[in-house]
Design a protein around this ligand. Structure first.
Ligand SMILES: [Zn+2]
Ligand SMILES: [Zn+2]
Length: 304
């Protein structure tokens, strides 16, 4: 597997100077199954536009494209109307929400409303592609690819206004966990630690510093410290932090990344366009258990 970040920003896209290293597009991840060269997409934030453009540029063809949603806040669906393959009548696109205790009543309606005439010039029915709207209430779904290799997708509902889901993707013995738009509360959510257990790569929400989080209770996000804590508790090999706050510029995020690495050295802050191969499964370089249990706080104050 290979993961590519097409959108790393949380809440709202941003195009200001000083934000370009980490990128301004909102959440959109592409997973490439390197053995079959097929892709799957997680969330349709504004980064989806570039993803679609890249697929066109390299002439990527696959009969059915799967887009899995963590939830449907704006920053996770805004790219959908600009996804070029959605205008191709020969393209089948499956939009999937997976996991127990779903509160979405009508998945199709979410996109119909987003594209109704008051908001957008082209309505969903006129886009062209053949859409399938799939709501699966099971915790896990097994997909078997063209080479008979099974991919297991497991979802865990977590705390976020309106609800959201984390995902564990297992294939060929490698594990990728995506856990964004999550607010842990006073305690780290033990269910997410279990979901992330032993992952080769954990992608985790880290919108705030610990200080900022104090003032943003109920907004549905995590601090850098909490993301590091989940990585440590779950014994993951690598950690990628994402859903960067629109107030956090490149300079600030680079500083935070250094601090995070002092505590969990195999940490990166996701940058737009960054690709992370999961097939290599590098060993964690987090040092001794004593080091792991030390609770270094990432307390750098936000930029002036
Ligand atoms: Zn979000
Ligand atoms: Zn959200």
């Amino acid at each position: 597997m290979k993961l590519k970040f097409y959108g790393t920003r949380g809440s709202i896209p941003i195009c200001d100077a000083g934000f370009q290293k980490f990128g301004g597009n909102t959440t959109c991840l592409q997973i490439t199954f390197t053995d079959t060269n097929r892709i799957a997409i997680f969330d349709a934030g504004t980064g989806l536009r570039n993803l679609g453009r890249d697929l066109r540029a390299i002439g990527h063809k696959q009969e059915q494209i799967l887009i899995v949603f963590t939830h449907f806040h704006w920053d996770h669906i805004q790219g959908f109307p600009f996804f070029a393959p959605a205008y191709d009548p020969g393209q089948k696109i499956t939009l999937l929400t997976l996991g127990r205790d779903q509160t979405v009543r009508n998945l199709r309606e979410i996109f119909e409303v987003q594209m109704q005439a008051e908001y957008f010039p082209v309505q969903l029915d006129c886009m062209g592609a053949n859409f399938e709207f799939l709501q699966v209430a099971d915790a896990s779904k097994h997909f078997t690819g063209i080479n008979n290799v099974e991919t297991v997708l497991t979802a865990q509902r977590h705390n976020h206004p309106g609800g959201a889901y984390s995902f564990r993707i297992e294939r060929n013995g490698k594990v990728l966990v995506i856990c964004t738009d999550v607010e842990h509360g006073e305690q780290i959510d033990a269910r997410l630690v279990e979901l992330a257990r032993g992952a080769d790569l954990l992608v985790h929400d880290a919108q705030y510093t610990a200080e900022e989080l104090q003032k943003r209770r109920g907004w549905g996000h995590s601090s850098f410290d909490q993301a590091l804590q989940v990585a440590e508790m779950a014994g993951v090999k690598r950690l990628a932090l994402t859903h960067h706050d629109p107030e956090h510029d490149d300079e600030f995020l680079e500083r935070i990344e250094k601090l995070c690495r002092e505590r969990f050295s195999n940490t990166v802050l996701a940058r737009e366009g960054m690709e992370i191969p999961i097939s290599e499964a590098p060993r964690t370089t987090s040092r001794s258990p004593g080091r792991l249990s030390r609770r270094t706080r990432v307390t750098s104050s936000p930029r002036k």
